[in-house]
Unconditional design. Structure first.
Length: 223
């Protein structure tokens, strides 16, 4: 066993059960600004940073004058859940187990500030989390490789010594672009076929399923 390996995790939908909260709060923020977007389309866009999400849903050729208002409304609506965000089953146990096996635990997420703090409180494993690459730390969010690369550099490992776990196609694409092994979970609500099509090496039901499958996963101790 060695310590120069990084286990990089997305947070929303991967460790904390928040994707549908994001769908509802983005839907309401968009509605308040006069945009009527089906929730199924918002769901597929969760995981993108605020500006990229709006580009994806509304088109990047639109007038962007109300973007700040929409992003602020989403944040305010979502913030009402900060004290009751639900961690997915065994999320904290998964991180602690991997840390105990010598993996450096780093988060790569579009969340930042008070939102990221609330998510970390929900996970309840801060004692093993080395750091986080947030939206404030990179020029471009997923599917660009920047968040994964930043997280990996925090751990001080090359791409071939890192595994990334996420729940969206954006996560898988970002991991592949940085040369990191991509694993997926279904807990964010994205279909298995979509995750596999985006490059997931393996797909697990949720953190508990991955924890129970470590010996047969990319996290198995092999040198």
């Amino acid at each position: 066993m060695t310590t120069n390996r990084a286990a990089i995790f997305d947070v929303d939908g991967t460790l904390v059960d928040t994707n549908h909260l994001h769908v509802v709060t983005w839907w309401e923020a968009l509605r308040q600004a006069g945009h009527h977007v089906p929730m199924r389309e918002i769901h597929r866009a969760v995981g993108l940073s605020g500006g990229d999400l709006l580009d994806h849903l509304l088109g990047d050729d639109r007038a962007t004058g109300d973007d700040e208002q929409v992003v602020a409304a989403h944040h305010a609506l979502y913030a009402t859940y900060f004290e009751r965000l639900p961690a997915l089953d065994a999320a904290g146990d998964l991180l602690r187990t991997l840390a105990g096996r010598g993996w450096k635990i780093v988060l790569a997420t579009s969340a930042s500030g008070a939102e990221l703090s609330a998510l970390r409180r929900a996970i309840g494993a801060d004692e093993v989390i080395l750091g986080a690459a947030s939206a404030d730390d990179v020029d471009q969010g997923k599917p660009a490789p920047d968040p994964v690369r930043q997280a990996r550099e925090l751990a001080g490992v090359p791409s071939e010594r890192a595994v990334f776990v996420g729940d969206t196609v954006w996560d898988m694409e970002a991991a592949l672009r940085d040369g990191v092994t991509p694993l997926a979970v279904l807990s964010g609500g994205i279909p298995r076929a979509d995750l596999e099509g985006a490059g997931a090496q393996a797909v697990y039901r949720d953190p508990a399923d991955l924890l129970g499958s470590l010996e047969a996963s990319a996290f198995a101790d092999r040198e």
